[in-house]
Design a protein around this ligand. Structure first.
Ligand SMILES: [Zn+2]
Length: 99
């Protein structure tokens, strides 16, 4: 009686796009930018650089996305915090950087 369930599986064969799930990279740069490029210095005063690691909501880009190594990610985090203290980078977008 409970066999009927298996039959239903057949109608699922249109779901073969499992592979298309992993979309081609978008922001998927492998490797830490700071490690790869020695010229790329972490500087909390460099607002533009900092903003490339901060979402529009003022959140720090997770390592998974930024591709930073643990060491630099940690440094980045503290740099961002320092920058926030100096109000160079807002918690929430405000003033010049926001909309
Ligand atoms: Zn690194």
């Amino acid at each position: 009686m409970a066999y009927n369930r298996e039959d239903k599986m057949d109608s699922m064969d249109q779901g073969d796009d499992k592979d298309s799930r992993r979309s081609p990279s978008f922001h998927r740069k492998k490797g830490c930018r700071f490690c790869l490029d020695r010229e790329f210095v972490m500087d909390y005063k460099d607002v533009r650089m900092m903003q490339s690691f901060i979402s529009e909501h003022g959140k720090i880009t997770p390592r998974r996305i930024s591709g930073n190594c643990a060491d630099h990610q940690r440094k980045l985090t503290s740099a961002v915090k320092r920058a926030r203290n100096l109000a160079l980078v807002g918690y929430v977008s405000s003033g010049h950087f926001g909309h």
